[in-house]
Design a protein around this ligand. Structure first.
Ligand SMILES: [Zn+2]
Length: 403
């Protein structure tokens, strides 16, 4: 493959703390008048344009900003059906308790493989069009052995970050036999799904009658760990609860939502900041009209945080990381730089990856270009579609930005 040098980068955010000559304020590793050389899908060189080595092709980005591709470390893209009426009902005052998931389960089970595959592909394309280069995808709308395995097979066609979420809710047909369902999830279903999954996840939530208790969640996670899967937890979304404690106890890579945290939860997350990331999903609070988690408190306490979309048909049908970034700054007390780092390096850390979420030689060439001279415009211009993935290979120079 020929090498390409991207030039004309007005501002390059690398997240690379070791980059010589960069501005390391707020951990951004920022360079002005920069260039990046890419070859075979990897970054070969990063630095000032004046020092760029020769490459086979040259692509001018016209004075734009380039940032690490967004890492969306929490999504539920494998589903069929439409729950817009449920959203409208919620906006009219109906409370959310996780029960609406059943309608997505019914529609997903009824969909053919090709239909599901096309729905997932369209959602991934929508994400790329908004700057996302890595997406984690969970199962969880099949809830039978066959439908969970099918969901993960389809997800694995578009990402290596696949998560088995058979313990999303207890399906209706098991409502009065919860123990039987947990036994199936940790037995036959896990055996069918583990070959297609990197992670296992559980909705641990005592405030929903459809989700799983601490004891049930522990059994699910330990079975997944024994099958070789990494651990993730949906926890502390609807109220105070055991999710964070359990995630830290078991060394989960991420505990997601973290909307209601006690002082003890925050202390445990801070002590576990090298291993367990708190993934915040403010699109959910927006779409359910709920209070936002206090991201400022987490960062000030030394907790590692990530930001992701939780794109799903019930509580947040948005695939947009720029939208999440704007919410994190406007509603959760983060600075623009802190939010951008959380949705790139932070979410990469929650996936235990160091080849993404950062722009440095040897890492993946996952670059997102902005129709703006600075990353600040991601926050300054909410709702304006300025971010898109910078496709590898040089098809055409970008027209210069208007002054
Ligand atoms: Zn979720």
């Amino acid at each position: 493959m020929p090498s390409t040098v991207f030039t004309g980068i007005a501002e390059l955010v690398t997240n690379d703390a070791a980059l010589d000559g960069a501005d390391h304020t707020e951990h951004l590793g920022c360079l002005h008048d920069a260039a990046v050389v890419v070859q075979d899908g990897l970054v070969a060189w990063v630095g000032r344009a004046a020092q760029a080595p020769p490459a086979d092709e040259r692509c001018e980005v016209g004075g734009r900003a380039v940032v690490p591709g967004f890492v969306d470390s929490h999504s539920h893209l494998v589903f069929a059906g439409d729950r817009s009426a449920e959203f409208a009902a919620r906006m009219s005052g109906v409370a959310y308790d996780g029960g609406g998931i059943t309608s997505s389960v019914n529609a997903t089970r009824a969909a053919g493989d090709d239909e599901l595959r096309a729905l997932v592909a369209a959602r991934v394309a929508e994400m790329r069009a908004q700057g996302t280069t890595t997406v984690e995808i969970k199962s969880g709308y099949g809830l039978s052995v066959e439908d969970e395995a099918r969901s993960l097979r389809i997800a694995a066609e578009v990402t290596s970050e696949t998560t088995f979420l058979g313990a999303h809710v207890v399906p209706l047909e098991f409502a009065d036999r919860r123990a039987d369902y947990v036994e199936m999830v940790t037995g036959e279903m896990l055996a069918a799904c583990a070959p297609h999954a990197r992670w296992i996840d559980v909705f641990c939530e005592p405030h929903s009658p459809h989700a799983f208790t601490e004891d049930e969640a522990r059994v699910v996670l330990c079975a997944g760990r024994d099958a070789g899967l990494g651990l993730r937890v949906h926890g502390n979304q609807l109220g105070y609860g055991p999710g964070v404690r359990l995630a830290v106890e078991l060394g989960a890579a991420s505990v997601d939502h973290c909307t209601f945290l006690s002082d003890a939860d925050v202390e445990q997350l801070a002590a576990a900041s090298e291993s367990t990331v708190a993934t915040l999903l403010p699109g959910v609070e927006f779409s359910t009209r709920s209070p936002y988690p206090n991201a400022r408190r987490l960062l000030d306490s030394g907790v590692s945080i990530a930001l992701a979309s939780d794109c799903n048909p019930g509580t947040c049908y948005s695939s947009s990381i720029p939208f999440v970034l704007a919410l994190a700054v406007r509603e959760m007390g983060l600075t623009p730089a802190e939010a951008l780092v959380a949705a790139t390096a932070g979410s990469a850390k929650s996936l235990r990856r160091n080849d993404i979420g950062v722009i440095r030689a040897g890492g993946r060439a996952d670059l997102t270009v902005l129709d703006a001279p600075s990353y600040l415009h991601l926050f300054y211009r909410p709702g304006v579609p300025i971010a898109r993935v910078l496709e590898p290979g040089c098809r055409a120079d970008h027209a210069p930005l208007r002054p």
